[in-house]
Design a protein around this ligand. Structure first.
Ligand code: X8Z
Ligand code: ZN
Length: 649
């Protein structure tokens, strides 16, 4: 039976003696030639279907109409069908691994052997898709009520985020923080079903659990230990930043709100999830010593969105990397059009035909968008460099690599030194106090993210493998938030709440490991490029945070050598090509922030600040005592009793 299917797969190749397969003699060379033919055919099929799907997706995202939506759904269906058929055939080829000696063939088959949820049987796949779609829909349609006008309940997440960033009223901050969670917590009813289906999907892919499936791209579950080690490396610096932040916030809000030794109240950190603390203006060590924001200068110099991307193109060209092809300038969407509705979230596109590379970005002339233009174009450089690879390898060495390249270039583009070289910043003063301000601002964005990014998947993995009982999901979340991040909620949480669901990536089933990895690698890439550019090393006077690789073709070559591998080699090899290291190493991030860490240590010691945190109350209980129920006006809660996604079992 197997042989028949095998023969049809091989195109009935003539088999001669070499190995023994269920009584049939197999010639390895003939078999390998047949697999190569299969892989080449798959490559063409996938490239062509990918081009159709992405072209339909581009049309939809840059012109939201129902016609474009229908075209996109049809293309996605065709793509899924191709994936499933191919996956079944890949499984059969892999079953013959004993007779395949070429490791390159085995690697490519292995790369094609993980399908994700699409491996589920049709009825389970549609349950899975509907569940995730439903959870995402609850998230995207959730709103928040105005604190000052409680009957106005149409504040979008974007508005809510702005309030969290700008308000200084702890009551208003707590209100916005809490109501966002009130309106996303019903996702809890769908989550057990999602967990069951996600675990089924792992099994269908021949993995014991969802974490194993997710970590396949990182080389296996041992990667969890590497993440834990990276976090241990960063902890001493994080503790110093945490202690400094607590003292400064205490000055602003008083010790009634921010206790001397407690965890940080998460709603005071300028961010809906306390993931990247947007409070640099509030806690700046040397107010008045900031590097000026150059947005106004750029406007005076008549920058346009297109010009920002030309500047980014010049940056890569100065490294000896290719310029964007003419079609990029013709087909990209670089600013928001006014004649149609578009999805504005910025993204970089590889349309799978080896020629068509685009960016979609509703850019405005600003310092931030200039940095984003570099970030997005770095993704295109990665695409361009691995375009000769088979379809299965046209991606970063692991999912963190793509983001790390983007972040590295973005970080360089935002340094005062680079802005000065571009003629955007007028003067470049050497001022150690402005430097500390600059590093603190970067640390509030990058370093504070690390414990959050770490615990996001830690919590999910423990949910998936059953370490956490369903009845303790929310309090387990707060245990991690307290223990890893040192933050606490503004009000007591219970198991009626479901705070992880307040984060999009939980509802949309998007792994967070890529961000953790991307942030660590970014510093490794940065240091390696600075060394190649001759700007950092044992005799260099330039600190890591001031290096600018602009015009260094050596740095460009190192980046090219790594990017062109795509995922054709295990990621430690790709890392070695660029950095000489084979492991994720968070000590480089410590090195980057060394001047800040020294400063923080002195400052915390000078003020006798306690480093670390101790519990200063109860943060989560299984059931709230009746008297402690917060009074929420009924209009702040959106009831969805009839919500179909929450009815399915
Ligand atoms: O989701 C994102 C990107 C899209 S891949 C905007 N990020 C994470 C988040 O917002 O939570 C980037 C950093 C972390
Ligand atoms: Zn990116």
């Amino acid at each position: 039976m197997l042989l028949l299917r095998l023969c049809s797969l091989l195109g009935a190749a003539t088999l001669t003696v070499q190995g023994n397969f269920d009584g049939v003699l197999v010639d390895t060379r003939v078999l390998e030639a047949a697999v190569k033919k299969f892989l080449n055919e798959q490559d063409e099929l996938f490239s062509s279907q990918c081009a159709k799907t992405l072209s339909a997706s581009w049309d939809y995202q840059t012109n939201i109409t129902s016609y474009n939506m229908i075209r996109l759904l049809a293309a996605q269906e065709d793509y899924k069908t191709l994936q499933k058929v191919s996956w079944v055939m890949v499984g059969r080829w892999r079953a013959m691994h004993r007779y395949l000696q070429d490791p390159a063939i085995m690697r490519q088959l292995e790369a094609m052997s993980v399908l994700g949820p699409a491996a589920l049987r049709t009825e389970y796949l549609s349950k899975y898709t509907n569940t995730v779609r439903g959870m995402t829909a609850v998230y995207t349609s959730a709103t928040v009520c105005n604190y000052h006008r409680p009957y106005q309940c149409d504040l979008t997440l974007e508005r809510a985020k702005k309030i969290l960033r700008n308000s200084r009223d702890p009551k208003e901050l707590a209100h916005v923080w809490r109501t966002w969670r009130v309106n996303t917590r019903k996702i809890r009813r769908a989550y057990p079903r999602f967990v069951r289906l996600a675990n089924h999907a792992a099994l269908a892919n021949h993995y014991a659990s969802k974490d194993e499936l997710e970590l396949f791209e990182y080389g296996g579950v041992d990667f969890k230990n590497q993440m834990a080690e990276a976090w241990e490396q960063l902890k001493p610096l994080y503790l110093q930043l945490h202690a400094y932040t607590r003292r400064k916030l205490r000055q602003v809000y008083g010790s009634q709100v921010v206790s001397e030794r407690g965890p940080l109240p998460v709603h005071l950190l300028g961010d809906m999830w306390g993931q990247q603390w947007k409070i640099s203006k509030l806690i700046m060590p040397y107010p008045g010593k900031r590097y000026p924001n150059v947005t106004n200068r750029m406007r005076k110099q008549r920058y346009t969105p297109t010009l920002m991307f030309k500047v980014a193109d010049d940056f890569f060209s100065s490294l000896g990397l290719p310029r964007m092809p003419p079609s990029f300038w013709r087909d990209s969407l670089l600013q928001k059009p006014h004649d149609r509705e578009v999805v504005c979230h910025s993204s970089a596109w590889d349309l799978c035909n080896g020629q068509d590379y685009r960016i979609k970005h509703c850019a405005e002339v600003s310092e931030e968008d200039l940095a984003s233009a570099h970030h997005e174009m770095a993704h295109l450089q990665y695409f361009l460099h691995y375009r000769h690879q088979p379809y299965a390898y046209r991606q970063g060495a692991n999912p963190g690599f793509q983001e790390a390249v983007g972040h590295t270039v973005e970080m360089i583009a935002a340094t005062p030194r680079h802005l000065y070289r571009l003629g955007i910043l007028r003067r470049l003063e050497e001022d150690p106090e402005a430097d500390i301000n600059f590093l603190l601002q970067v640390a509030l964005d990058k370093l504070t993210f690390m414990p959050f990014a770490y615990l996001m998947d830690l919590w999910r993995w423990r949910v998936f493998d059953g370490t956490y009982e369903e009845s303790e999901w929310n309090c387990a979340w707060w245990d991690l938030r307290y223990n890893v991040q040192g933050v606490k909620p503004p009000i007591l949480r219970t198991e009626d709440d479901f705070d992880p669901a307040s984060k999009y990536h939980v509802d949309a089933d998007l792994s967070y490991t890529r961000y953790f990895v991307g942030f660590v690698l970014q510093y490794q890439f940065h240091k390696a490029l600075c060394i190649k550019a001759g700007q950092y090393g044992w005799n260099s006077a330039i600190p890591l945070h001031k290096c600018d690789i602009f015009r260094s073709t050596e740095a460009g070559k190192a980046l090219r050598d790594m990017m062109q591998l795509g995922s054709s080699r295990p990621w430690p090899e790709a890392l070695q090509v660029l950095t000489g290291q084979r492991e994720m190493d968070a000590s480089v991030m410590r090195e980057y922030f060394r001047p800040l860490e020294d400063w923080l240590r002195k400052d915390n010691a000078r003020h006798g600040e306690y480093v670390g945190w101790r519990s200063d109350g109860e943060y989560c209980v299984y059931k709230k005592p009746f008297l402690m129920q917060p009074t929420i006006h009924s209009s702040t809660i959106i009831h969805h009793k009839d919500d179909p996604i929450l009815q399915v079992n």
